[in-house]
Design a protein around this ligand. Sequence first.
Ligand SMILES: [Zn+2]
Length: 329
Amino acid sequence: MERDLILGMDIGGTKLAVVLSDLKGNILRKVREPTEAEKGPDHVISKLIRMSRRLMEEAGVTADRIVGVGVSCGGPLDTKTGIVYSPPNLPGWDAVPLKSIVESELGLPAIVENDANAGALAEWMFGAGRGYSYVVYMTMGTGIGGGIVIDGKIYHGANDTAGEVGHQILLPDGPPCGCGKRGCLEALCSGPAIARRAREAVKSNPDTLILELAGGRIEEVKSEHVVEAAKKGDKLALKLIEETGWYMGWGIANMVNILNPEVVIIGTIAVAAGDLLLEPIRRTVRRMAMERAASAVKILPAQLGEYVGDLAAVSLVISNLDRLREAER
Ligand SMILES: [Zn+2]
């Protein structure tokens, strides 16, 4: 019988998911567990393997029905060897041979990819990027990750670090970034960065809904409070979102000039805030990017929401079906 199923693994800093899908990306079954990343790579990987076996058993599926395993994991990592190099959300993963462990434990070929790149592929395949050839994807959560998909293929660069859209430097003397530099887009527009700017602003403008939503405690202010307050028309929150839109717009204008994408897809906070954030981004891109490139680009919210991780893992296998089938012969 022809192999007709896919296993997908999504390794997050707090949650693990393993899914079983058909070759069209319909998720048939899913199991989730906390990552317990602090217990180190051996613990996490053996848990993933157990979850995979349990999932297959519950579904009554044997390994000979599975084409391959797509693994979406925090980078940096080497997509050829499948070795993971110390992702910030997975402490202790120093040169972990994830691909070869998964392959030998499950007896199936595995494709390991940086989660933001895999997310970009999923948005191209199933979400806001469908039908486009030149796609830039940006996550906007704890950090700002990203991926570039050209003609349905992830653009990896020389050693798998392309698409780090969050670490373009916008303000050389700006706030410190998790990468060790200063003034990166991520240090200005990630969830924690928006919260930090909000806490600063609230100090001199305490009469704001942001503070009320945070229970009156400045140190509790989060980006979600800013988004919620902005939606209710709070002036300070609107200003903070607008400012976030300018920074995002500068960064996206840089990318538009370099890559001339048809679409830039933005997830998480941009989805939650919608046009309140997307409109200032669009205005800024129109003003800052070269006119011809700016006229070609659409700036859209991501569509996959909470399913992005599952579909990210699965899309890796779907986009390599021919190669996997070939290798099987
Ligand atoms: Zn940075």
